[in-house]
Write a protein that binds this ligand. Structure first.
Ligand code: TXA
Ligand code: MG
Length: 351
């Protein structure tokens, strides 16, 4: 299949027209949002939705998020929106936030994976909302990566995974947030964060008065355990390289531990790479590092690109400095710990 790629900076009209036409006739479109790129189709067209699962190699028990362009559209998909849910949605939509609500019968089972709830998101990126508006459809869209690969934050990531497999790709440059949206169950009395993202639990608490975070966010689940958000049970975000997350009392303790493991790997002829902040780079001497930036926002922004880059460089082992699981740190740790298969090395014990 020929893939048409449009740069929204220079070919906005042509790109939007083609993409909207493709969605409305049941085709797939890769489009940018402020979180990550999505691979979308008409949410009410089961054949189009099935094509998303096929092209991604996604397990059919993992539900898709439905994207809307106006706040009022949530009520067309959800059958119950509590006053608390309404407040939270008003505060964070549009934005990097997905509300899980009880769904109406009109939402196809292939979208919800048979659950009685649906994830609804109104993207913050104006061009994503414009695509939804012009197509005249709700757009079901997971992240535009092959299942198991890190989510795409740059158009090159999408081209690597889907060139020749989808008719249209819209290039919107680098995704601003870089991690997927916060998925939050708003069906109960207290919001429950199923997947942390750009909207932090602390921000949700401000609005709702209280918030809970699902245990699976930072923990591996026992085999076969039922999970509120099916996406959380997959290893996910996995690069080819082995990922080792190291935590410890302080940056120096972590670095001593990482350096000794790194040198052991090098002696075995393995290629290692250390993901660290700008500030900590000097602690690793001349070893190979990938700087994730100055703060948690930058770490979130660069993480998926760093994981993909490591694979391109044929890295065998990635060492990652653990961060505090608070604010954006929770979202960063949620992603990296999955890439690491839930293993954390504690610096003091290894040293
Ligand atoms: O930022 C994002 O959310 C991106 C952009 C494209 O919008 N989309 C995205 O979709 O990350 P995906 O499919 O890669 O991740 C959606 C997550 C999955 O973990 C899925 O299990 C969960 O949301 N999810 C979707 N619907 C759900 C529901 N009804 N109940 C619980 N979890 C749900
Ligand atoms: Mg995904």
């Amino acid at each position: 299949m020929e893939t048409k790629i449009f740069d929204l900076a220079t070919e906005y009209e042509a790109g939007m027209r083609e993409a909207a036409r493709e969605i409305s006739r049941g085709g797939l479109v890769v489009f940018p949002t402020e979180t990550v790129y999505g691979i979308g189709a008409d949410a009410m067209n089961p054949a189009a939705v099935a094509e998303i699962f096929a092209v991604k190699g996604r397990p059919s028990d993992n539900p898709l998020i439905v994207h809307i362009c106006e706040p009022g559209q949530a009520g067309e998909l959800a059958r119950e929106i509590s006053p608390m849910a309404r407040r939270v949605m008003e505060a964070f939509m549009p934005g990097p936030f997905t509300a899980v609500l009880k769904c109406r019968d009109c939402v196809p089972a292939c979208v919800t994976a048979g659950l009685d709830s649906v994830g609804i998101r109104m993207p913050g990126a104006a061009h994503a909302r414009e695509l939804i508006r012009r197509s005249g459809k709700f757009i079901a869209a997971p992240s535009a990566n092959l299942s198991g690969k890190p989510s795409p934050t740059r158009v090159q990531h999408v081209i690597d995974d889907f060139a020749g497999k989808v008719p249209v790709i819209l290039n919107g440059g680098e995704a601003a947030v870089g991690l997927e949206s916060t998925v939050c169950d708003l069906t109960g009395d207290i919001p429950l964060v199923l997947r942390p993202g750009g909207v932090t639990p602390e921000m949700i608490r401000e609005v709702a008065g209280d918030v809970r975070v699902a245990r699976a966010v930072l923990e591996g689940l026992p085999e076969g355990e039922k999970v509120a958000s099916p996406g959380m049970k997959y290893k996910h975000y996995a690069p080819r390289a082995r990922v080792v997350v190291v935590d410890g009392e302080c940056a120096k303790a972590i670095a001593i531990c990482v350096n000794s493991m790194y040198d052991r790997e090098e002696n075995k002829g393995k290629k290692s790479l250390i993901f660290c902040t700008d500030e900590h780079r000097p602690l690793y001497g001349g070893r190979r590092t990938y700087s994730l930036g100055r703060d948690l926002g930058e770490e979130a922004h660069r993480l998926f690109d760093a994981l993909r880059q490591a694979d391109k460089d044929r890295t065998d082992t990635i060492f990652f400095e653990a961060v505090e699981p608070r604010g954006m740190g929770l979202a960063v740790m949620n992603r990296i710990i999955r890439a690491a298969g839930f293993q954390i090395v504690h610096a003091a014990e290894e040293g």
